[in-house]
Design a protein around this ligand. Structure first.
Ligand code: ADP
Ligand code: MG
Length: 260
């Protein structure tokens, strides 16, 4: 290795010929078939593909929620397969934040308590006060300070997803993994959420997001397309949209419609 290459930070995500086969009764389902990819710090990647193409399976492996059947996965330079359960949960808690289509908030707890949750698992032994301050800071980042004591049922879909985003941010992760984060949201709210992702990405967080909507992928910097468990395309997005621009023109259009 050359001197300059040694100085480079390792990629945040490095997959080498990763496979995942599920045993479903008598048949094997080959959900991911030899995927290799390298994602560096500061990237914002969309993973697209038809239903059943292996996107969620791939995300589960990236999130260390599931292990590859074959192949190698390095998360920020650490070979994930060599870790025991405790090490893996620590790594996952430090490096990764998760956002899901269905928000996955606990219904009977407040927004603040939902955001505090990941800190109970991060083995840092923060005081109750420190946990609350961190959670409030995360809620502030998503503009929800005034909803801290609300329960999920008292919040709109977009607000619930922002709580989920605050929960993903509270341990200050390197990477956010989002599986169809706008799948349950209307188009304006979707753009607002993408605006938040773009702002976080500008602040240095790496984002990998699954979506099957081109409109949503258009906010990302790089688009990977999967088909039948394989990557069939992996290109930079030269026509990237900025959510702030799209929201401004949406507002303008609505304003004109009201005047008409
Ligand atoms: P996508 O997220 O792109 O819709 P998935 O990763 O969910 O695709 O699924 C890829 C393939 O793996 C599909 O054929 C699906 O039926 C299969 N699959 C996913 N999870 C399991 C599982 N736990 N057991 C068996 N088969 C599964
Ligand atoms: Mg899926």
């Amino acid at each position: 290795m050359t001197g300059s290459a040694e100085k480079c930070a390792p990629p945040v995500i490095f997959l080498d010929a990763v496979h995942k086969t599920y045993r479903a009764g008598e048949v094997d389902v080959h959900a991911v078939r030899g995927v290799s990819m390298t994602i560096h710090k500061g990237e914002f990647v969309a993973i697209m593909g038809a239903s059943g193409s292996g996107k969620s399976t791939l995300m589960n492996m990236l999130g260390c929620l599931d292990r590859p059947t074959k192949g190698r996965y390095l998360l920020d330079g650490t070979p994930v397969s060599e870790l025991n359960r405790k090490q893996l949960s620590l790594l996952r808690n430090h490096k990764l934040g998760f956002v899901f289509q269905s928000f996955n908030l606990l219904a009977r707890t407040t927004a603040l308590e939902n955001v505090e949750l990941p800190m109970f698992y991060n083995h840092q032994f923060l005081t109750i006060r420190q946990q609350r301050d961190s959670a409030l800071k995360a809620l502030e980042k998503v503009g929800l300070t005034d909803r801290a004591s609300h329960h999920p049922s008292q919040l709109s879909g977009g607000q619930q997803q922002r709580v989920a985003l605050a929960r993903a941010l509270v341990n200050e992760p390197e990477v956010i993994l989002a599986d169809e984060p706008t799948g349950n949201l209307d188009s304006r709210t979707s753009i607002e959420i993408m605006g938040m992702f773009q702002a976080l990405n500008e602040a240095g967080i790496t984002i990998v997001m699954v979506t099957h909507e081109l409109d949503i992928a258009s906010f990302c910097k790089r688009i990977i397309i999967m088909r039948d468990g394989e990557i069939v395309s992996d290109e930079p997005n030269h026509k990237r949209h900025l959510a702030t621009d799209d929201l401004a023109s949406l507002n303008q259009r609505e304003h004109r419609a009201k005047l008409a």
